[in-house]
Design a protein. Structure first.
Length: 212
């Protein structure tokens, strides 16, 4: 398997963002959904975004938000990647694309619904993020059934999410998925909601690199 990209999501503390950035992930995600325990807040500290090096892509996570507010927030904090984690329409995706945004569309669900939704959104997004179904929006923290994706022929690169934790490096290394682009790390590597354990992350990333 080629090197996987790493996304570390759910950041909300400026100093912790700096510590995580030093580990060299490819993406750092910020949640702009006020019902999430990792919500950055109505008036987030600008340092949280400014401290992310240019080589790391910033991701803004939204749930059924208005296009106008998404554009306002991402332009204000110089964020180019938008992750849509709700029931956003094709028209929303098209509008964001006209604003130059890179789109990650989250798709939770069982195999039949994943395939159906992926076919609908594929022409309008840059990446898919597959996650465990949950009654509420956002990540569930529960393990995603990777078998749902085996044999799925899809041209859009994918992020794998859903309860990934410190013990999953070996299984990730064995994953045989088409267009496997990145893994999304969040609650499985926290000391508290929004605060990532950098020691745990560093150890995991080394295991992933070593193929263990």
């Amino acid at each position: 398997m080629d090197r996987l990209n790493i996304k570390i999501c759910g950041m909300k503390y400026p100093e912790n963002v700096k510590q995580v950035a030093e580990l060299g992930p490819d993406y750092i995600g910020f949640i702009f959904y006020n019902k999430s325990a990792r919500y950055v807040g109505e008036h987030p500290d600008p340092e949280m975004f400014e401290s992310v090096p240019e080589r790391i892509k910033k991701v803004a996570v939204f749930v059924n938000e208005s296009v106008e507010r998404m554009i306002d927030i991402t332009n204000r904090w110089q964020i180019n990647v938008v992750q849509l984690h709700g029931n956003e329409s094709i028209a929303t995706c098209e509008r964001l694309k006209t604003e130059g945004k890179v789109i990650i569309k989250a798709i939770p669900g069982e195999k039949s619904s994943v395939i159906a939704k992926a076919k609908i959104y594929a022409p309008y997004v840059d990446y898919f993020l597959f996650d465990t179904p949950t009654e509420t929006y956002g990540g569930s923290g529960k393990k995603f059934d990777w078998r749902v994706l085996h044999g799925l022929e899809i041209s859009v690169p994918l992020f794998l999410s859903g309860g990934l934790g410190p013990d999953d490096a070996e299984e990730i290394g064995r994953a045989d998925l088409n267009n496997f682009h990145a893994i999304d790390l969040n609650s499985g590597f926290e000391s508290s909601p929004g605060k990532k354990d950098t020691v745990m992350l560093k150890h995991f990333l080394k295991q992933l690199k070593d193929g263990k």
